[in-house]
Structures are given as structure tokens and as C-alpha cells.
Design a protein around this ligand. Structure first.
Ligand code: ADP
Length: 339
């Protein structure tokens, strides 16, 4: 659906070129929800604005399907952009227009439908985002969540193939964030719409994304399925996101366990294995003991996942047999301390 190839962007500040993005390569598949996470200044906004060419890249290509957007004339680009909808952190609604007229606006600009057809399309979109009763209100009369729903309806007006979300829930409270994310999931499934979102919030990625790219200093430092990236974070930036979201100081976590005897192991469960009663069985079968040092179970895009940090005590052979059992059951483990 979208391929970014060797994409870079520099801004000229005080006569010097300051790189904001460096050699980005991304393939985004049709129908997926792809997240880009990074701290402030990482280059997220620049990246999303390069996808629809709101910013011109300094180098590289942006392919939408097989069309290289960087080679198009202004008129051709305007047409291609109709395949791309966008929503924003601060909604960017027209305050002097009603909800219905905000949604009608891109349809009027595109000029393909007559007045009655536009009214019908607006009614459909209002229903899709759950705002049919608010058609005649003005943006100032709506809550933040409702304003973002108008933003979504407006972005979908011309039946785009791709929806870009620029920190779309960052101005919303946690409950409203969840309801907007559920709406995004619903339209992704119902309309088979590809979604690219940028955020600095792990929870947003965990709730809706299939794959994630972590960017730092204008570069992609880690990328993959969300479960893989967040359960086995490798790059320090990804690790920081994961540990921050768990309120754990990665550097100090072992200080608490210094007095605990035994081999310390972190187990990672994904899907079915999360709920198996393996630990008790294993302790009995191999005559070993364990204490739980830390643990959590969460859902990553609907899949149950768990991580448990355990200290095993007992005979070395028993512990080795237990670890072999985990491998046989498809459970990943990482040895954090030998004994
Ligand atoms: P993020 O969205 O991750 O916070 P941005 O893409 O906004 O990051 O910014 C990436 C880098 O590019 C930052 O160092 C920022 O200061 C710089 N930058 C962004 N936009 C401009 C601009 N219009 N002019 C100059 N520098 C910019």
C-alpha cells in the first residue's frame, strides 16, 4: 500500500541543513494498522507529513500503490491525496461550519457528487461515527471525543484507502481515547482501511496496531509486530517506552531482588499459553521451587500476553528440566541472573 524508500528530510535552519529524518525504509501493507512511536522531536510528525507530501522529502521516494507521489504535478498530487484521509491532534475543524457542513466540505471540494448525494453521504458518515443527532451543532458545542469523530467522518468522506492519524488521541482523556481507538478499529475492519498513526503513547499502539516502528533521532531503531517489539524490546529507546509504561526503572529493577536467592528468569507468554497452569506442574514434576518477583498480564490488540519474572531454587538439573519444559511449550524465557 505504501512504501517509503530511503526517505530523508532536512530542515534549513540559520543557513544549515538539520536532518529530521534519515534514510527511512517502511512497507505498510494494505489493511493493517501501522503505528509509529517516538519521543518528542524523534521525527514522527515529519514522517506522517511526508506520506501525503504535506512536506517534500529531501531524498527518497513515497510510493502509494505503484505511484511515486514525489514525481507528480500539483494537480496529479491533489487527486492522489483524495485517497488519503488525515486526522489531527487538535481536530482542525472549521468553527463557522456545522458538523454536517464540516463533513460535506471535502466532498464539495472534490466536486464529484451533487447536493443530494452529498447529503446522503454525510448522513452515512454521521451514522458511522455515531453523531447523527449532532449534525446541526457547531464544533464549539461538542466534546473533544465528538470533535475527533467529526474529524474522522470528514477524513473518510471521499472513501480514502489510507487514513493518517497525527497524535489523534493525544488531546483526549483516557476514556475518550479508548472510544476513539475502538472507532478506528471498527472502521479498519468494516472498510478495510489502512491506517498509519503516530503517537508517543504505548497504550495507543498496544490497543490498535498490528505492527510498530520505533523512531529515534530521525531513524527507525526497531520495527515489527507489536507483540514482538513490546515483549522483547531490544533498542534502548524501545526498552524505555516499555519500562516507562510499566513504571519500572530498568536500571534499578535488580536492586530489589539482590537478596532473593536462585536463578532469575523472565518468562513471556503469548496467547493460549498465558493461562496454562504450567508453573505448579513443573515445580511438582522437577522438585524445584519458585518465587514470583514481578508479573503482568495484558492484551496487545486483543491477544493475551503475560510476563513473569521468577526466582527458581532447587537442583540445577531440576531447573534445567523446567526451562526445557518452557521451550517445549513454546514459552520464551530470558535468563536475567544465573544464580
Ligand atoms: P516529533 O513529531 O517526533 O515530535 P518532528 O517531526 O516534529 O518530531 O521534528 C523532528 C525534528 O525536526 C525536530 O528536531 C524538530 O525541531 C525539527 N523540525 C520539525 N519541523 C521543523 C521545521 N518546520 N523547521 C525546522 N525544524 C523542524
Amino acid at each position: 500500500m505504501i512504501q517509503l524508500k530511503n526517505l530523508s528530510k532536512s530542515y534549513r535552519v540559520d543557513g544549515k541543513d538539520i536532518p529530521a529524518l534519515k534514510r527511512i525504509d517502511l512497507n505498510i501493507e494494505a489493511g493493517e494498522i501501522f503505528g509509529v512511536i517516538g519521543h518528542s522531536g524523534a521525527g514522527k510528525s515529519t514522517l506522517i507529513r511526508l506520506i501525503n507530501l504535506l512536506e517534500r522529502p529531501s531524498g527518497g521516494t513515497v510510493l502509494l500503490g505503484d505511484i511515486d507521489l514525489t514525481t507528480l504535478s500539483t494537480a496529479e498530487l491533489r487527486l492522489e491525496r483524495q485517497k488519503i484521509g488525515m486526522i489531527f491532534q487538535h481536530f482542525n475543524l472549521l468553527s463557522a461550519k456545522t458538523v454536517a457542513n464540516n463533513i460535506a466540505f471535502p466532498l464539495q471540494v472534490a466536486g464529484r457528487l451533487n447536493k443530494t448525494e452529498i447529503q446522503q453521504r454525510v448522513a452515512q458518515l454521521l451514522e458511522l461515527v455515531g453523531l447523527s443527532e449532532h449534525a446541526d451543532k457547531y464544533p464549539a458545542q461538542l466534546s473533544g471525543g465528538q470533535k475527533q469523530r467529526v474529524g474522522i467522518a470528514r477524513a473518510l468522506a471521499n472513501n480514502p484507502k489510507l487514513l493518517l492519524c497525527d497524535e489523534a488521541t493525544s488531546a483526549l482523556d483516557p476514556q475518550t481515547t479508548q472510544s476513539v481507538l475502538q472507532l478506528l478499529l471498527e472502521i479498519n475492519q468494516k472498510l478495510k482501511l489502512t491506517i498509519v498513526l503516530i503517537t508517543h503513547e504505548m497504550d495507543v499502539i498496544r490497543t490498535v496496531c498490528d505492527r510498530v516502528a520505533v523512531i529515534d533521532g530521525g531513524e527507525t531503531v526497531e520495527m515489527g509486530p507489536v507483540t514482538q517489539v513490546f515483549l522483547h524490546p531490544k533498542h534502548p529507546t524501545t526498552r524505555r517506552f516499555v519500562f516507562e509504561s510499566e513504571h519500572v526503572d530498568e536500571n534499578k529493577q535488580f536492586e530489589d531482588f539482590a537478596h532473593v536467592p536462585g536463578k532469575i528468569v523472565r518468562l513471556t507468554f503469548i496467547g493460549e499459553s498465558t493461562y496454562k497452569s504450567l508453573l505448579g506442574d513443573m515445580a511438582r514434576d522437577f522438585g524445584i521451587d519458585f518465587s514470583i518477583l514481578a508479573g503482568r498480564i495484558e492484551r496487545i490488540k486483543g491477544t493475551a500476553c503475560g510476563q513473569l519474572t521468577l526466582a527458581f531454587t532447587g537442583a540445577d538439573s531440576g531447573i534445567a528440566a523446567a526451562l526445557a519444559r518452557f521451550t517445549a511449550e513454546g514459552i520464551d524465557f530470558e535468563e536475567l541472573r544465573a544464580c
